[in-house]
Ligand binder design. Structure first.
Ligand code: TRP
Length: 434
């Protein structure tokens, strides 16, 4: 097996700012240089369509994000850097995954739920203004990851649920079609990344309109830094670093020693104008060489296009053969191809199964389905997924005894008796032993 593979996507919506740089680009690029691993970075432009339906903006943002990553030092020779929409295997896999994904799983996705909650709070139709694109977003994201069989996916906290869903889809697919087509990916959450405050002191974010664009011109950068909110203390008056956006941004770029110097200068009563000048110099020092490369790339989109095309060729060396295998596995194949090797094994299909899930009441349930899908056993709600899991393993280990002990947690099902349940449990335990 090859080395660990990292993969992450960047949605091209908007212009990258200093917060994106300190929190994401800079650490990711540093990691891509040191890690003895394979790195995949891509522009998630299909994802951009969920939020942005202005074609010129999608294109512009794709140019700006691609240029930013390259200018900030991403080396396309060392990593695989590509644009999602250049990989036709991604939307194709997205459909294959769609067909093994429960709609209920997607109902629980944060982004969709947040949109529904917002509508409900304002008393309108729950799905008002919600596109199927937003609803399907976790499936597209799973396809992004699974098509390259990535092991690790560096993401922010808000994305962890999506990686778990990708695991679910991968294991459903593997199970259903009887082979380990997909590696189950894991989220990697960087705990101590810098979050920079914006001009007004709140977190730097496009939605607060308080950002400093990463590649603002020198003059623009100076102007924006001068507009950072400070208090009214006069030159000579000691100033506090706590809650000072200026200080925190400086810290995001300076060494520890430099940061200590500024802390001292605050205590000594540095004038705000001088502190702003220090911050400007520090940031400009780091960005000036990159800015030159950025401006060059923006002026030469044909160079960006060529780099991305080359990246797509590299990426498709992996995605094309995998998708060919997947198509055949699901039965989309030449009519003269023998249906042997990738046919699902009969034993995998004809088994009863336990399903664990969460209901709208927030509690955790399981049920046992017969091989033909008939409901045999239904639990009541548990407070934690672990408790539901323990009950399942008890049933699997102890059979009749567990069925008796767990009675208070189980619901009677019309038309099934404990004989049928025990037979199903028996079948399951035999299949685990083989
Ligand atoms: N949804 C991610 C975000 O908004 C971007 C993304 C799309 C992504 N596809 C991905 C991240 C696959 C990691 C892996 O940040």
């Amino acid at each position: 097996m090859s080395s660990t593979r990292f993969l992450t996507g960047i949605t091209p919506s908007g212009t990258p700012h200093l917060g994106n740089y300190a929190g994401m680009l800079r650490p990711a690029i540093a990691a891509s240089r040191t890690r003895e691993v394979e790195n995949f970075y891509f522009l998630a432009d299909y994802h951009a369509l969920i939020k942005c339906q202005d074609p010129a903006r999608v294109q512009r943002s794709t140019i700006e994000i691609a240029a930013s990553w390259l200018a900030a030092g991403l080396d396309p020779k060392h990593v695989t850097f590509y644009r999602q929409s250049d990989i036709p295997e991604i939307p194709e896999l997205c459909w294959l995954l769609t067909c093994v994904t429960g709609k209920g799983l997607l109902n629980r996705a944060h982004a969709y739920k947040a949109a529904v909650d917002k509508n409900q709070a304002s008393g309108i139709e729950p799905d008002d203004g919600v596109t199927a694109g937003l609803f399907m977003y976790p499936v597209l994201m799973a396809a992004d990851i699974l098509i390259f069989n990535a092991h690790k996916v560096p993401v922010g906290r808000d994305q962890v649920q999506h990686i778990e869903m990708a695991r679910d889809m991968a294991s459903s697919f593997n199970h259903l079609y009887g082979s380990e087509f997909f590696i189950l990916p894991e989220a990697q959450v960087e705990e101590n990344v810098a979050t920079l405050p914006g001009l007004d002191g709140r977190k730097m974010s496009k939605s607060y309109n308080n950002t400093i664009p990463l590649f603002a011109s020198r003059e623009q950068l100076r102007k924006l830094i001068n507009s950072i909110t400070t208090d009214s203390r006069m030159p000579g008056e000691p100033k506090t670093v706590e809650g000072s956006a200026l200080f925190q941004i400086y810290q995001g770029f300076a060494s520890e020693a430099e940061t200590e110097d500024l802390r001292q200068a605050y205590a000594d009563g540095i004038a705000w104008g001088d502190a702003k000048q220090m911050l400007f110099e520090r940031i400009d020092h780091e960005l000036a060489p990159m800015r030159e490369r950025y401006e060059h790339l923006i002026a030469h989109p044909e160079e960006l296009e060529a780099i991305l095309q080359a990246g797509a060729v590299k990426a498709r060396r992996l995605s094309t053969p995998l998708l060919r295998e997947l198509r055949s596995a699901v039965g989309l194949r030449s009519l003269v191809q023998a249906s042997t090797s990738s046919k699902p094994k009969a034993s995998k299909q004809a088994l009863p199964q336990f399903k664990q899930y969460r209901e709208a009441d927030g509690r955790f349930y399981f049920k046992l389905l017969a091989a033909d899908g008939r409901l045999l056993l239904q639990s009541l709600g548990f407070d934690a997924p672990k408790l539901a899991g323990q009950a399942i393993s008890q049933l699997q280990r102890e059979g009749a005894q567990a069925l008796k002990n767990l009675q208070p947690h189980l619901q009677a099902i019309d038309g099934t008796d404990s004989q049928q349940i025990l037979a199903a449990l028996e079948l399951l335990s035999q299949s685990c032993e083989t």
